[in-house]
Design a protein around this ligand. Structure first.
Ligand code: CP
Ligand code: NVA
Length: 310
């Protein structure tokens, strides 16, 4: 299959999928996960190849895409900046033209969203965002699927975001707009979310709180992320000081709903953005969340390559 780029659907931001498509994906992920758990072979992507391009480190994204593609009968090519011509300044547009003539789908983890967009604009095949400075849409697919598994629909619920106004926070805002829930955001001063960068048009989908306890009050889900994202390591020391009060702890969980869940995209730093008691405690669903990356991404690749099944 070598379609022209005009025919390819990409997943570059969460809002690239409409709400009915998101619900379809969550249904498919549930079915695909059940088959996996039953050791049932499901190989709709035989002879299809996924290229994965990593310009930043990864554990979950690499393993979930690679294992998922093999399980569906396909194969995988793994590229990094250091071992490809991307690291020697070959234009991203040229890389996209070449790679997309040889594979069926591409996943990219990189820095600027603009670079991902440039690749997609010159790709003949679907392109998936595996994390950029601005967004992490596959992670939020997994997070919402995990919420649905544990608690049912997320519509009308409150998600507390505690920490950096980063790629994860931006993507939560897009998801809130698409799926009808509210994000209560608390960040240190200077690290706020920006609606324009988040790419939302409806500011009613989030509320800002100065203190993380206020953001957590009554929340159905409390979530956080590292204080320093990949690419921002030079700011590590100043961030350590600024974020010291943005550590999700038992007190924050205590003011949330009694059955509130805790999520973290991982990797986590116990004692920084979350205490060990919370992340290893009974309300934490971080391991389900990590596993579900694979199931939702299998549903996503199936959808982008084959369309709706049945
Ligand atoms: N959550 C996540 O994307 O993890 P990795 O950086 O390990 O891929
Ligand atoms: N915000 C983090 C997420 C890591 C999965 C980062 O971008 O490094």
């Amino acid at each position: 299959m070598k379609p022209g780029s005009a025919l390819s659907r990409h997943f570059l931001q969460f809002k690239d999928l409409r709400s009915e498509e998101l619900n379809y994906l969550f249904d498919r992920a549930r079915i695909i996960k059940a088959r996996f758990k039953n050791y049932e072979r499901y190989q709709p992507l035989v002879d299809r190849t996924l290229a994965m391009i990593f310009e930043k480190a990864s554990t979950r994204t690499r393993v979930s895409f690679e294992a998922g593609m093999y399980q569906m009968g396909g194969s995988v090519v793994h590229l990094t900046t250091g071992d490809s011509q991307l690291g020697r300044a070959e234009p991203v547009e040229d890389s996209a033209r070449v790679i997309s003539r040889m594979v069926d789908i591409v996943m990219i983890r990189t820095y600027e969203q603009a670079k991902l967009e440039a690749f997609a604009a010159h790709s003949r095949v679907p392109v998936i965002n595996g994390l950029t400075n601005e967004y992490h849409p596959c992670q939020i697919l997994a997070d919402i699927f995990t919420f649905i598994e544990h608690r049912g629909s997320i519509a009308g619920k409150v998600v507390a975001w505690v920490g950096d106004g980063n790629n994860m926070a931006n993507t939560w805002l897009q998801a809130a707009e698409a799926m009808g829930f509210t994000v209560h955001v608390s960040t240190p001063s200077g690290y706020e979310v920006d609606a324009a960068v988040a790419g939302i048009s409806n500011k009613a989908c989030y509320k800002v709180f100065n203190h993380p306890m206020e953001a957590c009050a009554g929340a159905h889900l409390v979530t956080t992320d590292v204080w320093t994202s990949m690419g921002y390591e030079a700011q590590n020391e100043e961030r350590r000081k600024a974020f010291v009060d943005w550590c999700v702890d038992d007190e924050m969980m205590a003011v949330a709903q009694p059955d509130a869940l805790f999520m973290h995209c991982l990797p986590a730093h116990r004692g920084e953005e979350v205490t060990g008691d919370v992340i290893d405690g009974p309300q934490s669903v971080v391991w389900d969340e990590a596993e579900n990356r694979m199931h939702v991404q299998k549903a996503l690749m199936e959808y982008l390559l084959l369309g709706r099944i049945g």
